[in-house]
Structures are given as C-alpha cells and as structure tokens.
Write a protein that binds this ligand. Sequence first.
Ligand SMILES: [Zn+2]
Length: 157
Amino acid sequence: MSLLHRIEHPDDALNWHGDMPTEGRYTAGIAGERFFREIKEKGQFLATVCLDCDITYMPPRLYCEECFSHLDEWVEVGSWGHVHTFTVVHRDLDNEPLSEPRILAFVTLDDADGGLVHYLDEIEPEDVYLGMRVEAVFRAEDERQGSISDIEYFRPV
Ligand SMILES: [Zn+2]
C-alpha cells in the first residue's frame, strides 16, 4: 500500500481484533474538587462568578465561557431552584427494570446560571411540572463522600 492509496474499507487499514486492557483515573478537576468538597463538608453549593459578564457558573468553572477570563471569585449559592425539565425513568443503567419509576430533572438554581441533573423525590411523577420549586436534600454529614450522590435528591418546597 502506497502513501497515496485511499482506504475505502476499515479492514484495508492496519488493524487487529481483540481487547485492549486500559486503566484510567478521572478527576473532578480543580473547580469540581472544590465544589464537591463544599458539599461534603458543609452541605452547600459553590459557584464561580465572572464579574465582567455577570454570569454565575453552577457547577463552577475556572474560566468564563464567554470572555475566557480566569475565574477566582467564588460564591455560596442556595440549594433552591426550579424544575427546568424532567423525565421519568423505568430502567437502570444496565437496562434492568426499576422496582418503581424514578424522576430525573434538570434543576436550575435560584442564585446561579446553570444547575444540576439529579433525582426528584417525595413527589409522584404525574405531579411534577416545569417551573416547580424544589430544594436539594443532602445526605447526613457522616454519609457524604464528596460526590454528586451527597445530594440525595431534590424535593418540592
Ligand atoms: Zn466572562
């Protein structure tokens, strides 16, 4: 095969079949670690602010997506918001049926631009509506592990 030969089928290229063992480690990043540490230790949300663009990033970012400024202004934001959109799930990530349906929602927070995708609970799926006021329910302090699961769910207020 010359350099100018055009590959028209995947099997024409050098390839092998089989498994490739890989290992990886993912981190939440600098902003994500501070965000999750705040939830774990204090049960509250932190966001970053771009004062030039008047944007409060939640979850926090280290750089403004509009002006690319480095963000070092951190603010505490409340855990109240409203349902921006939602869906009802009947199967888990392994496609196994759930014992009862769960509600997943994108919740926009009152004090920030942006929000979180998380479970809604303490309400039946047919009673959820767009714009519904909700608040975060955090796990007990000794159960928190510094992850998104430290928020147990959002509930109506
Ligand atoms: Zn900005």
